[in-house]
Design a binder for this molecule. Sequence first.
Ligand code: AMP
Length: 594
Amino acid sequence: MNILVINCGSSSVKYALFDEHETVLMQGKRERLSSDEGKSHRDALSEMIDELGAHQVDAIGHRVVHGGDEFRAPTLINNGVINAIDRWSAAAPMHNPYALMAINEAQVRFEGVPNVAVFDTAFHARMPRRASTYAIDHDIAQRYQIKRYGFHGISHEYAAGVAAGFLNCPVESLRLVTLHLGNGASACAVEYGRSAETSMGNTPLEGLVMGTRSGDVDAGVLMNLLQSGEYSLKTLNTLLNKSSGLLGLSGISNDLRDIEAAAADGHDRAQLAINVFAHRARKYVGAYAAAMGGLDAIVFTGGIGENSASMRERILQRLEFLGVQLDIDRNRRSEIRGDNQYAVISEPHSRVDVIVVKTNEERMIARKTLIAVSTPSIETAPTIPIAVSARHCHLTEETFAALFGEGAQPTMDKPLLQPGQYACKERVNLIGPRDRIDGVRVLGPLRSVDQVEIARTDEFRLGVDAPIRDSGKIDGSAPITLEGPAGTVKLKQGLICALRHIHMHPDDANQFGVADKDEVAVSVLGGERSLIFGDVRVRVKDSYMLEMHIDTDEANAAELGRGASGGLSVTDIDEDGCVKRLGEGQFKTQNKPA
Ligand code: AMP
């Protein structure tokens, strides 16, 4: 089985052909490509595919820079995945469009061969919310998808894996800081196998000092520059992305080799550039050790991380207090060896190991592509939205009038995804034998039966025993008193905990291989904790939009915040209680204002 890996950058295309043992059969690279003049990405790619000649290609892996929080694993490419990559193009305009071009070319040239997208963001997609959230207005952040995605994930994951191999310890029991220091640079806190923090954020501009990118800058500076009238959006972009970092600091070059040579000759700005670069990286190592509550190893990779012994030494200065003891000679020699191409540069008794790893994104992409095509993953498939419903009630005309006054009509606050349904401005208070819950949302339109849906936690607070029921099945359900501005209504029944369910259109049901009223299990891969929900009812109707509904307790159990996202698969439980997969999916939770 041969795997072709295509890595399309903003001005270069690399390819490598691997066999299933990760041996490179062929590889090539084209640089200085441009969309306006000279050779285009498509020409370069076409040439390279010609180069492959009679070699067999069984699967193709593509590096895709931005998959946002929609993709947390290598994903078999279909039209839905292509559309999603396209949607994230706005956030990665220098990368995603080229990846799409490569996917298109590969589909045309290798008809019938599966294509897999391997995302730079995927490794970070399960970062804890406290790490991926910026402290800005929460609603604005959600509206504009302003959160930290992180990049270089393929390299960080690869380097962490090689380091764990050397340490002879599963990555799941290690706390590592990986430093990918190249022309682009980022740090990652790999806590027990997962990215817990990373220095690149919403875009690849945040964090460390890079070749031409500034990394962290006080946002106030940007406002001041804009206000000065001398900078436009375009020139600011050029300043921060193209003429900052090592280049801007040194005034010489974005290549550390040139800067190190100038610094040795006493060039002041070259020396400053080196100092700022090292200081920033060291600061992140310390911060990440603190964030993880400990540190087992520091891993260097990327052009600078692999080649500049003096930069590594500088970064590690003052980290003795963390237990880092660098072996100066080994660092200088740093002979990369072995199949996995690493070198250990710490003292044998250093509490924290320091390891240099030759990064190999293509190899990682090949590995992930092979996995994606040979074991269908529950994380690879179409998108299913999930909505978290807070407690709410559906009321009859009569009850609504009693609570809000004769002639009162429900007023729409926000529409819900299911056609015709909406959250009302009106709220009622629930009064139970033990306690009350105020401000519970009414959903419209009015119905023929009163129904109040709460979560288990609410049940204990109210002191009632609400059965788990399908919507509409309220016979024998719990009583509850409703209080509105115009009066009180004692419902003899109608209080339920809603059965988890998925609304779907017949086309969706077809795709998942399920039918109306089926009970399925859904494994939720989003958030920080995966979870399998059993007893999920499928509801199929022409008017339904694909959406799973869970209540707040259930969302909390899977650590799905409102607006968080994850992957899910629709599964079936067989007679032996084993989970059997029916279909596969990714989902995104939505803010259901109920
Ligand atoms: P990358 O983007 O990972 O290919 O890294 C490229 C960068 O690595 C170059 O721009 C240099 O700054 C740096 N680099 C490569 N080799 C050396 C070296 N021997 N010494 C110092 N820096 C190096």
